[in-house]
Each structure stands twice: as structure tokens, then as C-alpha cells.
Design a protein around this ligand. Structure first.
Ligand code: NAD
Ligand code: ISE
Length: 337
């Protein structure tokens, strides 16, 4: 067999361990050789999943001679440092979303990558690998439906813990739609607004929930995104694109329709890990494949930067109550068309 990609993992929490299991059991072309976490216990649990050694910190892990590529799965506020260390070391790096928690930090990553002259960074916007979104994109790109006019989406979760804030509805949750919808309709964001309906009694003290986020593109497409993280009934992701010549509704993974107790019903997934499991599998397998070929084919650092600028505008709109502009500037030629 050809040489495997030897991966080092920074951050061994929920999704870090999921990706470690994925690489270890599902991706023959890669292996996890080293892990690190600020909590030794988390690092030990992760190491036990794959037989990797534990490094004391991200610098030691990234600069180790046997680490070919890096997976960053720390919380968003701790992404920029290891990503910049990987770029400085000239190693491919997959960074979970968001690329960083400020547009300024994302720009530092873009600048470092451009200065190094080689694309190395992929951001974990895994919705682009989901079958349903790709089927919608294929129909849109066929031209049979005419131009997209309006997109109606929901990002609902059953509940959140007390550390979840009103701003996280944008930075942690809506960030997925911010990226995937721009990719889906092939346009650029122009403005953002947030409207608060009556609050649910199920939200914890201080949390605004649900929220209606309105995004407009340069060409005038309007996105209405409902973020509702205490909906109680499941993890419910929907997307409907209204076009000039028809409407496209994204399919959800299918479950049997059952007849029982006088009801005709079907399951709604209760958890992001399972709802998008195939997308995560494809995303990481494709990243490994591209890293072995020395290229980046998934969402780039520039995509991460634009998403963060858009998130900043939505967060500003949450408090200003106004329509906030989104100015991302010209995409550098370095990142392609
Ligand atoms: P988590 O809190 O479960 O895990 C984070 C881990 O990083 C913890 O073990 C923590 O100790 C460790 N850590 C913190 N700072 C560190 C540092 N400086 N160096 C090394 N380790 C450090 O969080 P999570 O749910 O696994 O989320 C991690 C990232 O993945 C976040 O950016 C989150 O937004 C993203 N995420 C993405 C998806 C998706 O659908 N793509 C889903 C869940 C989480
Ligand atoms: C989580 O961090 C994710 O990225 C999930 O995909 C998302 O749907 C959820 O809202 C976030 O908390």
C-alpha cells in the first residue's frame, strides 16, 4: 500500500474523538500518530482510541517529524494559534469551523498562507459534502429552475446548555448556513439583519431564542434563516430554494414511515453527529486524499474569513436592530475563481 498520511490531532473533545475514530476505522489512507489536549485526561482517552502518542502542546505536535498533516478540533477561540503554527511548518491543516472567532484572526491566517505561497488550510464546513445540499446544487446549476430568488432555512436543535449565548446562534450555529448557502447559490453576501420573535419559555435566562436571520446577496437573493436551539423535538435542518421556474426542497436522510397508534410518522434525527455522518466521512476522506496529493480542494481559509465577516455583521445586527453591511473585498487570485 502507498504511504499513509500521518495525522496529528490538536483538541480531543467531542468532534476531535469522532474524527479520530473516523480516520482509524474508516480511512485506510491515514492514521493518527499523535494527539494533544490541554486536559491530559482528554488526550489519554483520544490516544486510547487509536494508539497514538501524546505530545505536550500544539507546537511540539505540529513540528514532530512524523506528523505530515494536522487536524485542529479545539474550541473556536483556540483555532488560530495551531493553524498558524501548521502554516508556518508548511503542513496541511484541517480546522473545524469556525476558522477563528474574529475576522482579524481569519485574515492573519489568509495572509500567512498567501505569504507562504501554498494553500494548506481547509475549514470544516462539512455541509458542502452532504448529499442533500449537493442534489439541490446540481438542480440549481442545471439552470432548469431559473435564478434563485429566496431561500428559506431552519437550523433547529432540541436544546443547548447554559453556556450557549445569543451570539453563538450566529458564531456556532448559523455559521454553517452562512458558508453553505453562499456556495449553494454562487453569490456573495451583502447585508445582514436579525429579528427576534417572541422568546420561547424553554430558553435559559438571557438567551434570545428563536432568532430570524435575514441575509441578502449582492444579486438580491434573500435568505430567511430560523435558528431555534430549544425546539425540543430534534435536530431539524431544512432548506428550500424558491427560483423563477420552480421550488427545490432539500431532502433529509430517509427513515421508514411508520403507522402506529393512529399516527403516520417518520423519525427526525436528534443529533448533528448522526444527521450529517456521511458528510463528515466524505469530508475527512477527501481532505486526506487531497493532502496526500499536496492540494486543498475543500472550503479554504478565504471561505473561513468571509464566513467570519458575515458572522460579525449578524452579531452586530443582533444588538443594533439595523441592516448591517457585509464587505469582504476581492478574493485573492491565490484562492482561484
Ligand atoms: P469540545 O469542547 O468537546 O472539545 C474541545 C477540546 O479542545 C477539549 O478537549 C479541550 O480541552 C481542548 N482544548 C481547548 N483548548 C485547547 C488548546 N489550546 N490546545 C489543545 N486542546 C485544547 O468541543 P467540540 O464540540 O469537540 O468542538 C470543537 C470544534 O469543533 C469547535 O470549533 C466546534 O465549533 C466544532 N464543531 C463542528 C461541528 C460540525 O458540525 N462541523 C460539530 C461540532 C463541533
Ligand atoms: C455544533 O458546533 C455544530 O457545528 C453543529 O453542526 C451545529 O448544528 C450545532 O448547532 C453546533 O453547536
Amino acid at each position: 500500500m502507498d504511504k499513509k498520511l500521518r495525522v496529528g490531532v490538536v483538541g480531543c473533545g467531542a468532534i476531535g474523538r469522532e474524527h479520530i475514530k473516523r480516520i482509524t476505522h474508516k480511512i485506510a489512507a491515514a492514521e493518527v500518530v499523535a494527539v494533544t489536549d490541554v486536559f491530559e485526561d482528554s488526550a489519554k482517552k483520544a490516544a486510547a482510541l487509536c494508539g497514538a502518542r501524546i505530545e505536550p502542546d500544539s507546537a511540539a505536535l505540529i513540528n514532530a517529524a512524523d506528523v505530515d498533516a494536522v487536524l485542529v478540533t479545539t474550541p473556536g477561540f483556540a483555532h488560530a494559534e495551531p493553524v498558524l503554527q501548521a502554516v508556518a511548518a508548511g503542513k496541511p491543516v484541517f480546522c473545524e469551523k469556525p476558522l477563528a472567532t474574529t475576522a482579524a484572526d481569519c485574515k492573519r491566517i489568509v495572509d500567512a498562507e498567501v505569504a507562504g505561497g501554498k494553500q494548506l488550510v481547509q475549514v470544516g464546513f462539512m455541509r458542502r459534502y452532504d448529499k442533500g445540499y449537493n442534489q439541490v446544487k446540481e438542480l440549481l446549476d442545471s439552470g432548469d429552475f431559473g435564478a434563485p430568488l429566496l431561500v428559506k432555512c431552519t437550523h433547529r436543535a432540541a436544546g443547548v446548555d447554559d453556556s450557549y449565548t445569543t451570539a453563538m446562534a450566529v458564531t456556532d450555529t448559523a455559521i454553517h448556513e452562512i458558508d453553505v448557502l453562499q456556495w449553494l447559490i454562487g453569490d456573495v453576501w451583502d447585508s445582514a439583519e436579525v429579528i427576534y420573535p417572541r422568546n420561547t419559555v424553554n430558553a435559559h435566562e438571557g438567551l434570545k431564542d428563536p432568532q430570524l436571520m435575514l441575509l441578502r446577496t449582492k444579486a438580491g437573493v434573500v435568505v430567511a434563516l430560523e435558528v431555534f436551539v430549544n425546539c425540543r423535538f430534534g435536530y431539524d435542518i431544512n432548506c428550500e430554494v424558491v427560483c423563477e421556474d420552480g421550488v427545490i426542497h432539500m431532502p433529509a436522510p430517509s427513515w421508514p414511515v411508520v403507522r402506529k397508534n393512529g399516527q403516520l410518522s417518520t423519525k427526525i434525527e436528534d443529533n448533528w453527529m448522526r444527521r450529517f455522518i456521511d458528510a463528515y466521512d466524505t469530508e475527512i476522506a477527501d481532505w486526506v486524499d487531497a493532502a496526500l496529493r499536496g492540494v486543498v480542494e475543500g472550503p479554504t481559509a478565504w471561505d473561513g474569513y468571509v464566513a467570519e465577516l458575515t458572522a460579525d455583521a449578524l452579531v452586530a445586527a443582533q444588538t443594533s436592530g439595523r441592516v448591517e453591511p457585509i464587505v469582504s473585498g476581492e478574493k485573492p487570485a491565490f484562492y482561484g475563481r
